[in-house]
Structure formats: structure tokens, C-alpha cells
Design a protein around this ligand. Structure first.
Ligand code: GAL
Length: 645
């Protein structure tokens, strides 16, 4: 099966005379799939219950005639102005109590009955109209779910969710520690979403609200998915997750509900940092997909950074794309096909830039289309072998996003990124796992600042080490239970036994200190007592900083401070985790193929032999700066991804 190639195509933004030209250009570029209609609700339903499908019929007809598939969107991410005016109660209310106005996108409350009804109506009408359409390849529900609302509809739904979770008010009061600051609830009706309040909010309430928002949006997705499954059985239904700094939903939970995991990836760094982030995002997506294929639904031909939008350097579009394909993406998709001439994202890069097809970007897009034709899509089943797992849990991340922690510099994402980056630089392909997943097949498990951990997950980690595993735990892990309550008796309560340490005090650092080994430490330090573990490195005052503990047949390491990348890499090396990679030369073995990507500006010895699928020629002895090759693996077989379910 060939890879999908394409992007968001928004014909409604362009005069109809251009559509055929666009489709011809798509054919020149080798486009095989486009996402249509993500933000087209106001065109499809110009007033309540009155539909205009003529334009979409014609747009889809042109695509079908050209043999281009359509990932048809259900446009619920952006209700039309008439809807918001008719149902002001369905507009988002922020934490501060501001009711947003129509004028951007995502101005809805997912708990508002009018919005839920309107979403279902447009979904059914679209499903009925386009079932059996020759271009229909996949359904794309909504867009990047992630808009919380704090209105009264949300409050009612939140209370219903809490009743299901806790059963009794006593249980909720206990879980939320409402004895503190006189917050005890004596009636369910007293409970609201976390809204603007005088000083620090209740952390357990805030965390439960994040869980609720994820579940509530999932309920909305499932309603639409079920309509589409009923009308078009066999057509996969997906939605695109936002990656990187915005953990809007519980992706492990969501990934059980989508037919295909799909992600949008926009790196926040450039150059090597962007390559590292692409690998991170792709490994995460594959892990959410249970180790199986998934889809890169959106990326950009340029960098969309906070302070600036700037082109990717020559060759970067292809390199980032192949990183995703190597890690199991079934295709390479962009936002968007043609850069808009107006509207809020008119400066967002496209596959066809404002300059038109006579441009470097479009030439690179065409060359990438040619290359992708020669690389098969990953077959169903485990994509690759990844022996090292990094624990990933959005609940634990949400729990450290609140105020009031002992250091404002604790950052779960950057700890997870560091673990991944250090492995990536050594050529070790990692996967991600939930703390309660079966880890027995993993050679090692890295635990990046995982503040919150359930009893079940703690037992899972202990059993993993006892059975012979290698665990590397970073500071501020295993501190709280699932209600953000501190586990008493010495930190890190949930992991004390397996780590063989007892931490008496946290001592966040104002500046760097130098350890006896592993270099400088920043942000955090602890008063660690050894209870079976041995000190491998110490703080300047002599206290243990990095420890090692034999536990059962395995070993648990504890890093009680933040190390730099090279220090962390040295800890991993001491724990037996080294790779043979050349920094900046990425090698990924995907089933029977090996992808080699030279992210450096220098020639590098080619790490593979054989025929390059992209050029059809033997792989030369060296990779040119920025060059990518894809060759057949010489050593097929071997263990499957331990996380593949
Ligand atoms: C995505 C979104 C697209 C577009 C893009 C711009 O997050 O799904 O609709 O806004 O960002 O980077």
C-alpha cells in the first residue's frame, strides 16, 4: 500500500476557477489524500437546517476524478456565526468568566446541549450525503480537541462526571482535601469548574476538571464517530491530536476510540531541535497507536514559532517527513495545501506558497511526493523494535502544571524530552508507555519527573524491576497519589522501596551545583537517605544525589536532581543504556526497511548498505549533508516492539 501524501485543502477559500488548477497541481506533486472541509460549517449550513452541498459535491468530484482520496471533515470545531447568535449559551466561557464571542474558531462549549445537537445533525447530514462517494477515504472529526469551557453547562456536566467518579460527597471531599481552607461541599450543586478565585485553587479539583474535559470531549467525538460508523461502516474515523506543549486530552484513553491515531506536529525549535522534537512526537504517536501505524495529519512547510514564521531550510521538509514515516506514519500530510491569502492564518506556510508553484517550497514538495511514491506504507502490525520505554502520563503532567508546587521550574514535558533526546542522539529508538502498561519486555524504563502515580502503577514498576528490569527515575516522581495528595513517610512515597531511598527534604536550587560525577545539577536537590541503595554521585555537601539499588533481579536508579544532557546520558550509560549512533545521523529500522537521515551539515559515513529506494541506486559510502536514504534491512526479524498490543 502506498503512503498517503497531501494536506488540508480548503476549496471554499478560493474562487471555483482555481479548483481544477489546484487538482492538477496536486497531481504534479503526487498528492493522494486531502483533508477537506475542516472549517467549512458556515458554507455547508449557511443558516440553521439549510444546507449547501453543491460546492462540496463539485470539489469532491474533481478530486475523485483525479484519483485523489478525501479525508472528509466533520466541521464541528468552528460553529457558524448564526449558531453562536442563536445559542449564546453555547459559547465558551473562560476561567475568568468571560464569555467569548464568535470571530475566531473553537468558540463552543462541548457540554452545551445546542452544540451537541447541532454537531450530531451536521455529522449525520454529511454522512448521509457522502456515504459511498468514491473519494471518501477517511472521516476527520472536529479538529484538535482541546477547548475547555467553564460555563454553567460545563458545571452541570462536571458535577455529573464527579458523581460517577466518587459516588458520594464524602468521597469527593476526602479526595479533594476540602478540609483545607473551608472548602467542604455539603451539596453537589455547590461544585463548579475551577473558575477565577482569590488565591491558589484546589489542585485536586483542577486535575479532575482536566480529566473531565478530556472525557467530555471524547464523548462528543464518540457521538459523531458512532453516526459515521453506522452510515459508512469500514471507513476509518479519526481526529487530529495536538502535539508538543499542549496536552489537551488523555491520549492513551482517546487512542482506544479512534480508528487511526493522527497527530499534528509543529516543532517549537528549529534545526536539530526540530528533528529531535519530530522523533519525539512520532514515537509518542506510534506508542499511542499501540506500536502500530498511525498518521501525521498536519505539519508545516515552515516553522510557525511564537515570535516568527520562517521557512524550513532546504531539505528539512523531507527530513522531518521521513522521520515520521520511519516511525510508522502511514503518510505525510500538511496544513495546508495552499497558503491562504486572507484570514487569521494568512501567513501560515503552505505546500503551495503565496509565490505559487514556481517556488523552492513547491519544488521540494514535488520531490518529496516522488520520493514517497517509492516507499511503501508501514504494514499493519508492530512498526519497529523499541526496547527502551519512557513513561508518559498526561494526568501526571496536568498535575504539575498548577501553581503552588515547591518549584515553579518542574517541567514534566522537558524531562520526557530530555530522556528521549539523549537516547535519540545515541541512536536508540524509544517508545512511550503508560505507567500501568505491561513493561516486562522493555530493556529499560525511564521515568521523567512523574509527580503523580497510582498504587497500581507503583506496583507495576516494582514488579518490573523485581523481574530483572532497569528503571531510571528522575526527581519529583511518585510523590502524589491520583488525587494529588502527598504520599507520606518520606518521598518518593510510591517508589521508596524499589529505589531503596528515603527523601527527607526537597531543596530546590537557586543556581547550579556540581556533583561528584555527572557534572552540574540545576533546579532541584534533595536530602536523600540510603535504605539499601548505594550512592553513585553526591552533592557538594556529601549527600547522595544519584543512587542505584538492586531490587529483585533488576536495578533501580534514582536521579534526585536535574542533570544536563551529557550528565543524564552518562547515568544511562552506567545503567547499560548506550547506542552506537552518530549524533545527528538518525537510523530507524522499520520492519524490513532501514531509514537513515543525516541531520548534520557534514558528510557522514552511510550507516546502511543496499539499494536506496528513493534513488534506485546503491547507497553510497557517505551520506551527503542533509541526505536521507531508505534501504532494505539486512537483518530482518528480531523482537517486536514490546509496547505493541
Ligand atoms: C493546527 C490546526 C490547523 C492550523 C494549524 C496552523 O493546530 O489544526 O487548523 O491552525 O495549526 O499551524
Amino acid at each position: 500500500m502506498p503512503l498517503w501524501y497531501g494536506g488540508d485543502h480548503n476549496p471554499e477559500q478560493w474562487p471555483e476557477q482555481m479548483w481544477a488548477e489546484d487538482v492538477a497541481l496536486m497531481r504534479r506533486a503526487g498528492v493522494t489524500l486531502v483533508t477537506v472541509g475542516v472549517f467549512s460549517w458556515s458554507r455547508l449550513e449557511p443558516s440553521e437546517g439549510r444546507y449547501d452541498f453543491g460546492w462540496l459535491d463539485r470539489a469532491l468530484g474533481l478530486l475523485a476524478d483525479a484519483g485523489i482520496g478525501v479525508d472528509l471533515a466533520v466541521p464541528t470545531a468552528s460553529p457558524p456565526p448564526w449558531f453562536s447568535l442563536a445559542h449564546p449559551d453555547a459559547l465558551t466561557v473562560t476561567r475568568d468568566g468571560v464569555r467569548l464571542t464568535h470571530g475566531s474558531r473553537d468558540t463552543y462549549c462541548v457540554s452545551a446541549p445546542a452544540y451537541r445537537e447541532a454537531s450530531l445533525r451536521i455529522t449525520r447530514v454529511l454522512g448521509e450525503r457522502y456515504r459511498g462517494h468514491p473519494a471518501l477515504t477517511m472521516w476527520h472529526v472536529h479538529n484538535e480537541y482541546g477547548t475547555p469551557c467553564h460555563c454553567d453547562h460545563s458545571a452541570a456536566a462536571f458535577r455529573a462526571w464527579l458523581r460517577r467518579r466518587y459516588g458520594t460527597l464524602d468521597a469527593l471531599n476526602d479526595a479533594w482535601t476540602t478540609a483545607f481552607w473551608s472548602q467542604r461541599y455539603s451539596d453537589w450543586e455547590q461544585i463548579t469548574p475551577p473558575r477565577a478565585t482569590q488565591y491558589l485553587p484546589n489542585p485536586a479539583q483542577a486535575l479532575d476538571f482536566r480529566r473531565f474535559v478530556s472525557d467530555e470531549m471524547l464523548a462528543h467525538f464518540r457521538e459523531q464517530r458512532d453516526v459515521l460508523r453506522e452510515l459508512t461502516p469500514g471507513v476509518p474515523v479519526t481526529t487530529n491530536y495536538v502535539m508538543a506543549g499542549w496536552a489537551s486530552v488523555d491520549h492513551w484513553k482517546w487512542s482506544r476510540e479512534v480508528d487511526l491515531v493522527a497527530i499534528d506536529h509543529y516543532p517549537s525549535g528549529q534545526g536539530m531541535a526540530a528533528a529531535e522534537q519530530s522523533a519525539f512526537a512520532a514515537d509518542l504517536a506510534r506508542s499511542w497507536a499501540g506500536g502500530r501505524p498511525w498518521l501525521l495529519m498536519e505539519q508545516a512547510t515552515g516553522y510557525v514559532l511564537g515570535p516568527r514564521v520562517t521557512p524550513k531550510e532546504p531539505g528539512e521538509i523531507a527530513r522531518h517527513s521521513l522521520q515520521h514515516v520511519a516511525r510508522g506514519s502511514k503518510g505525510v500530510m500538511f496544513f495546508q495545501w495552499r497558503a491562504s491569502r486572507g484570514g487569521a492564518e494568512q501567513w501560515h506556510p503552505g505546500m503551495v506558497p503565496h509565490a505559487g508553484p514556481d517556488s523552492r517550497v513547491f519544488r521540494e514538495i514535488r520531490a518529496l511526493g516522488e520520493a514517497l511514491k517509492r516507499i511503501p506504507a508501514p504494514p499493519d502490525g508492530p512498526v519497529l523494535d523499541a526496547e527502551v520505554a519512557i513513561l508518559w502520563d498526561e494526568e501526571a503532567w496536568w498535575a504539575v502544571q498548577g501553581p503552588g508546587l515547591p518549584s515553579a521550574e518542574i517541567d514534566y514535558l522537558s524531562a520526557a524530552e530530555q530522556a528521549h533526546r539523549v537516547l535519540w542522539r545515541q541512536g536508540v529508538t524509544a517508545c512511550f508507555a503508560h505507567p500501568s502498561h505491561d513493561l516486562t519486555a522493555c530493556r529499560a524504563v525511564l521515568v521523567p519527573s512523574l509527580y503523580l502515580i497510582s498504587d497500581e502503577a507503583a506496583r507495576n514498576l516494582a514488579a518490573y524491576v523485581e523481574g530483572g528490569g532497569t528503571l531510571v527515575v528522575s526527581f519529583f516522581s511518585g510523590i502524589a497519589d491520583e488525587h494529588t495528595r502527598v504520599r507520606l513517610g518520606g518521598y518518593p512515597g510510591a517508589l521508596r522501596e524499589v529505589l531503596g531511598v528515603r527523601v527527607e527534604e526537597f531543596r530546590p536550587l537557586a543556581g547550579p551545583v556540581t556533583l561528584t560525577d555527572f557534572g552540574a545539577a540545576t533546579v532541584w536537590s534533595e536530602v536523600v537517605h540510603l535504605h539499601g541503595a548505594e550512592a553513585v554521585a553526591r552533592y557538594p555537601g556529601g549527600g547522595p544525589a544519584v543512587t542505584r539499588h538492586r531490587f529483585g533481579d533488576g536495578t533501580a536508579w534514582y536521579v534526585s536532581t536535574r542533570l544536563g544532557d551529557s550528565g543524564y546520558a552518562r547515568v544511562l550509560a552506567r545503567a547499560g543504556l548506550t547506542g552506537s549512533g552518530v549524533p545527528g545521523v538518525e537510523v530507524v529500522r522499520r520492519r524490513d526497511l532501514v531509514f537513515a537521515i543525516n541531520h548534520t551539515g557534514d558528510e557522514q559515513p552511510a550507516p546502511v548498505r543496499g539499494i536506496d529506494l528513493i534513488t534506485g541506486d546503491p547507497v553510497p559510502g557517505v551520506l551527503r549533508p542533509g541526505e536521507c536514504v531508505v534501504a532494505a534491512r539486512e537483518d530482518t526479524g528480531g523482537p517486536a516492539d514490546p509496547r505493541a498490543r
